[in-house]
Design a protein around this ligand. Structure first.
Ligand SMILES: [Zn+2]
Length: 471
């Protein structure tokens, strides 16, 4: 674990929507709420009408256990749901169905551990809960004169991952979130690209100050920003003197007091009488454990040990399952991991990041990338030309195969390469004479040929042909 130099302690609560589910957590309403007209995905159950009875979505339990196993938690064989009572317009029921770790409450998973590049973080627990509805403000929460409510999101399945205060810097927090993201993506239960599917609340305290909670942080970049702001704020006004909850205003980039923290009793937690306790068998847990795919950290080890990728390249690839899968798919067609991984991690990802494009929208399929790599291995084109074809294909959407074909057609055929070489040798008789005394002088001649072919000729082939000619 990395050392904190200034007594900063950060704990996170990460909400991951289980986006792999088709229906909400306790009813049959569609979970595909994004972009739907407001308040159209609602039934008696998720609207909390009297007499309606929730029934747990089996897939939500399955997904929560899988996430728990993936971050090294102990899965509870007995677990239950509580009502967290609060009066706020985002909850049509005036309570949220969630889990609780006191008063006989047992969360689905406890005591886990996640390793990150900047140090490990202990996981306190994972609890299952339903998402509340969505409040919409004109402008920002602090300036809007009215609030609109959309309940389509109410009842969507979530897991909340709660950490111990092991995080020592805003950067560490972001690294932890990236790691969690790569894990839930690898399992396929949370698609973090969907807007609002991963959100975080953060607890920050410095040295002996009281804990301050920053809520409603919508992206990882914002988490880092909000924490940096809050740490500076706490340091300059002295350590916070009261426990409070602050809202991150990502428009103004400041935290503002939302409320001085209510204690947990304020929520009057009690077991939900409509949902019987869950009994989870060892067999079921074992079955889910066996169904887990290879997790990012394991993949990293395989990429660096077995495929011999440099650590920093492997780190980039494993962060996103889609990217790592794409890399491995390419290798099936052409086993050149060094070249292919470097193209993906630097050229392709670089281009996509600069242009804000998702990897899944990449126009080049894995097989075509492999074909390009093969044309380098076969000395049809050199690496320099291959890279320019690659970049041209990404930016123009022209197919690699077509670009490659026309490049090979246009490029110097063996016959006219020989002609060019002969001409270069004729024109540079002094250099030709030099090579007899100093073999290094051949590089000048190679350079002249490369220049004459506009860099298209294969370097080692040119060298071979010049040597032949000189003999
Ligand atoms: Zn419903």
């Amino acid at each position: 674990m990395s050392n904190s130099t200034d007594g900063v302690k950060i704990g996170l609560e990460v909400h991951c929507q289980l986006t792999s589910l088709n229906t909400k957590m306790f009813c049959n309403c569609s979970a595909d709420y994004r972009g739907k007209p407001p308040n159209t995905l609602l039934c008696n159950i998720c609207a909390g009408l009297p007499g309606s009875l929730p029934v747990l979505n089996k897939r939500a339990l399955e997904a929560a256990i899988k996430i728990g196993l993936a971050i090294n938690c102990k899965i509870s064989k007995k677990s239950n749901f509580f009502r967290k009572n609060y009066f706020y317009p985002d909850s049509p029921k005036n309570y949220q169905i969630t889990q609780y770790d006191k008063a006989g409450g047992i969360a689905i998973a406890n005591e886990g551990y996640v390793e990150t590049n900047l140090g490990g973080v202990r996981i306190t627990r994972i609890q299952m809960e339903e998402d509340p509805g969505k409040l919409q403000y004109e402008g920002s929460i602090t300036t809007s004169s009215n609030t609109l409510i959309d309940y389509n999101r109410a009842g969507i399945s979530l897991v909340e991952i709660v950490t111990e205060p092991d995080i020592v810097s805003p950067k560490h927090a972001r690294e932890f979130l990236n790691t969690i993201q790569s894990i839930v993506e690898a399992i396929g239960e949370c698609d973090s690209k969907l807007d609002g599917s991963m959100r975080a609340d953060a607890n920050v305290s410095i040295s002996n100050g009281r804990r301050v909670e920053v809520k409603n942080i919508s992206s990882f970049k914002e988490v880092e920003r909000a924490l940096n702001f809050e740490i500076t704020r706490q340091k300059t006004i002295q350590a916070a003197s009261k426990m409070e909850t602050r809202h991150w205003d990502d428009v103004r980039r400041v935290t503002v007091t939302l409320r001085v923290k209510e204690d947990e009793e304020g929520y009057r937690y009690f077991p939900d009488p409509d949902l019987p306790p869950m009994n989870i068998s060892d067999d079921y847990i074992e079955q889910l454990k066996n169904s887990l795919p290879e997790l990012p950290e394991k993949r990293f080890i395989r990429f660096t040990n077995d495929i011999k990728l440099p650590g920093e390249i492997a780190r980039i690839l494993i962060k996103n399952k889609v990217v790592a899968d794409y890399f491995e798919e390419s290798l099936k067609y052409e086993n050149n991991p060094k070249l292919i991984s470097s193209w993906i991690a630097t050229d392709i990802m670089g281009y996509l990041n600069r242009n804000n494009i998702n990897f899944i929208d990449l126009s080049i399929d894995a097989k075509s990338l492999a074909t390009l790599a093969k044309s380098v291995s076969d000395s049809q084109i050199n690496e320099y030309t291959a890279k320019s074809i690659l970049l041209k294909s990404i930016s123009s959407n022209e197919h690699i195969d077509d670009l490659l074909k026309s490049e090979i057609n246009n490029s110097t055929t063996s016959e006219n390469l020989l002609e060019i070489i002969e001409k270069v040798l004729d024109d540079n008789s002094k250099a030709v004479a030099d090579v007899k005394n100093d073999p290094q002088a051949i590089h000048f001649l190679i350079g002249q040929v490369m220049k004459a072919t506009h860099g298209r000729a294969d370097h080692s082939k040119v060298k071979e042909l010049i040597e032949k000619q000189l003999k």
